[in-house]
Design a protein around this ligand. Structure first.
Ligand SMILES: [Fe+2]
Ligand SMILES: [Fe+2]
Length: 188
């Protein structure tokens, strides 16, 4: 397999970067597989809930799918808690970062802020302010995010709900990760 020739980027040439870009295209094609592998890390991790985190994610996505939400919304529902394993104190940031290149601003904001909005349903039980979401009152995506938590996220801890399997979402996920809308290289 071809490799770049430089030891430091200051020595890099256009040919080096052609080689790297080609290699990265093959790597990017495996993104869906890596994301699905990471979702599977949530399997069996109950964290005190009645269902494990993978089931919760699948159930949230199943409800969105059955409510005829568009594919990008369903993908966001499936991935919204994928950060639980690595970022226990800021998990929404991980899901938001993963979906960011592939969604519009609203869905990105929804995934990024879902933790604060989900808190409406439990923060008060832990001695915190359940209305923390009110800091975003009037924000253009407030209703979108409040609805996501009300209709899809907060009810999805039900072991008896007919939840779709991860494999059933695979075609949708492959399609979702096919075409990024933005990239940090373009300053987005
Ligand atoms: Fe969450
Ligand atoms: Fe969740």
């Amino acid at each position: 397999m071809a490799r770049a020739t430089f030891n430091a980027m200051t020595e890099g040439t256009a040919e080096d970067w052609r080689v790297i870009a080609e290699s990265n295209m093959a790597y990017t094609a495996g993104l869906t597989d890596r994301v699905m592998d990471h979702l599977r890390l949530l399997d069996g991790d109950f964290g005190g809930f009645k269902v494990d985190r993978l089931t919760h994610s699948l159930q949230t996505a199943t409800r969105a799918y059955r409510a005829d939400r568009d594919d990008a919304y369903v993908a966001c529902a499936l991935l919204h808690d994928i950060g639980d394993t690595l970022c226990s104190f800021s998990h929404p940031d991980v899901g938001a970062a993963i979906v960011k290149p592939f969604v519009d601003e609203g869905y990105h904001w929804m995934v990024q802020q879902h933790g604060v909005f989900q808190g409406y349903y439990f923060f008060h039980h832990l001695g915190f302010d359940r209305n923390l979401r009110d800091r975003y009152e009037g924000h253009p995506y407030y209703d979108l995010t409040a609805e996501f938590c009300a209709d899809f996220d907060q009810p999805s801890f039900d072991p008896d709900f007919p939840t779709m399997k991860l494999g059933e979402f695979e075609p949708l996920l492959r399609d979702f990760f096919k075409a990024p809308k933005r990239s940090y290289m373009a300053g987005d």
